[in-house]
Design a protein around this ligand. Structure first.
Ligand SMILES: C[S@@+](CC[C@H](N)C(=O)[O-])C[C@H]1O[C@@H](n2cnc3c(N)ncnc32)[C@H](O)[C@@H]1O
Length: 213
């Protein structure tokens, strides 16, 4: 494991217990509606088997299970019962109808390699859904959000979790991560077709979907 991967792993390990509560508070509970929206999209695909990568404490996996009680859902994380590295998945080719990843792709050391790995484990014509932070495109909203992200969030996050670094990292990683058309292009380069993206809540998060070729 490289230094960056170890740093991300250690960081999430250190705040996992308080992470959910802090995030629900910091997003004023809107994060539930983002996962609900993602779960509705996945439900329309009628998958029988789903891998939810970087599942954390399983918020998206639980939202999916509620809507798809008969589906088999594997939650994959460094920290969870189904242990696994999203960049080296412990599954055979074409194992799942669908792969989901919420607030995880940005944290992986090599997003391109991870998309390739996701494409490998999805069946032909199966689906990928990515839910990820992004920046608003409207200039005023973008400026206001950047102020919140870089000035307010690290202070609020550190008072709730005691880990300022994790929230400094959040802002920096959102700035650097490809979004919108750039993310769609990455998906196409890694074995997917028909990419779509839908910004939510003024563009502070985006849901991406694509189909495995
Ligand atoms: C921000 S949390 C997201 C949790 C959850 N998906 C959600 O919606 O809140 C990111 C998770 O990614 C996990 N993670 C980081 N790198 C990973 C990797 N290479 N493979 C699997 N999980 C990883 C961390 O352990 C952490 O639980």
């Amino acid at each position: 494991m490289t230094t960056q991967a170890a740093r991300v792993r250690e960081m999430f390990g250190s705040i996992a217990a308080r992470y959910d509560i802090a995030n629900h508070l910091l997003s004023c509970g809107i994060d539930f509606s983002w996962r609900e929206r993602a779960a509705r999209i996945v439900t329309d695909w009628h998958p029988h088997s789903i891998a939810d990568l970087a599942t954390g404490t399983g918020d998206l996996a639980l939202a999916l299970q509620k809507k798809l009680p008969d589906a088999e859902i594997a939650g994959v994380d460094f920290l969870q019962p189904v242990l696994g590295d999203a960049m080296n998945l412990p599954f055979g080719d074409g194992s799942f109808d669908c792969v989901t990843i919420a607030f995880g792709l940005r944290n992986l050391e090599n997003c391109t390699a991870a998309l390739g790995e996701m494409s490998r484990v999805i069946k032909s014509n199966g689906h990928l859904l990515v839910l990820e932070f992004s920046l608003p495109t409207t200039p005023i909203l973008r400026a206001l959000y950047r102020f919140y992200l870089h000035r307010c969030l690290p202070l609020l996050g550190s008072s709730l979790t005691g880990e300022k670094n994790a929230y400094d990292y959040l802002g920096d990683s959102i700035e650097e991560f490809p979004s919108g058309e750039a993310m769609c292009q990455l998906m196409v380069e890694n074995g997917f077709t028909s990419p779509t993206f839908k910004p939510l809540t003024g563009g502070i998060v985006t849901i991406y979907t694509a189909t495995k070729q």
